[in-house]
Design a protein around this ligand. Structure first.
Ligand code: CA
Length: 251
């Protein structure tokens, strides 16, 4: 599901900005081959995909970020899948749809999964197409993609996807469509490194970007934000970008 956010306007020509808000999926799976297979497939289908390799890491991610669907393995090191699920529901009070994907195929295991708060259950081995179909069904049922907080925030910086505005400390910042899209990618993962390759794939999905295209968008975004006093975009050389709190923007 690719929900296109409405109405961000280009500062230059008034054309709508193509800022997409793909549904966010968290894969919780300790088998790297399975996790990367799911990751590659679902990314290709246009989802915004992340992975955690333990229940503890997944619980932490869910305590600081919001996902639209969680794909959950049960046999995990440390905090197992069922415990993660119970704590997700009881402690974090998160209603995020959870699709259990497990080799445990007994009826008792499936029932335990549902009893702990699963929304759906798929047994391994599975077909990727079926994972996609189940994910889409869960998204449709939960209304994710349409009911999302339209405002992404980091310190004094806000991107309001409903009003089509980027603001720093309440003053409106004019951005090009690509720069706004880049900013959204960073705002979705505050403090975390967002890789160049992922940014390029999101900004230029249909084409190999020209060598300096991303650099020029980064420059334009930084310049526009700096004019409003925000300088929290950090380059990790050769790897990517992240949003960081700096004293002057009070983030
Ligand atoms: Ca496992």
């Amino acid at each position: 599901m690719t929900a296109t956010t409405p109405a961000l306007r280009d500062a230059n020509d008034g054309a709508p900005l193509a800022v997409t808000s793909a549904a966010r999926i968290l894969i919780v799976e300790d088998d790297f081959a399975i996790a990367s297979n799911l990751h590659a497939f679902l990314s290709l289908k246009g989802f915004d995909v992340d992975a955690a390799y333990s229940g503890q890491a997944a619980l932490h991610r869910c305590s600081v970020e919001r996902f639209d669907v969680i794909l959950l393995d049960l046999g995990l090191p440390g905090l197992d899948g069922l415990t993660f699920l119970r704590r997700l529901r009881d402690e974090l009070r998160a209603a995020t749809p959870v699709l259990v994907i497990s080799a445990r195929s007994d009826l008792a295991d499936k029932l335990a999964g549902f009893a702990h708060g699963a929304d759906d259950y798929l047994t391994k081995p599975f077909a990727l197409a079926e994972v996609e179909a189940r994910v889409r069904a869960l998204l449709n049922r939960s209304g994710a993609g349409s009911v999302v907080d339209p405002v992404l925030r980091f310190g004094t910086l806000e991107l309001d996807r409903e009003r089509g505005e980027v603001r720093v400390a309440d003053s409106v910042v004019r951005l090009t469509p690509k720069a706004a899209q880049l900013l959204e990618l960073l705002l979705r993962r505050p403090g975390q490194l967002v890789r160049r390759a992922a940014i390029e794939a999101a900004l230029w999905p249909d084409a190999q970007p020209q060598a300096d295209a991303l650099r020029s968008q980064i420059h334009s975004l930084r310049k526009a934000l700096a004019e409003h006093g925000f300088d929290g975009i950090e380059t990790v050389h050769g790897i990517g970008l992240r949003l960081v709190a700096r004293a002057r923007d009070g983030a």
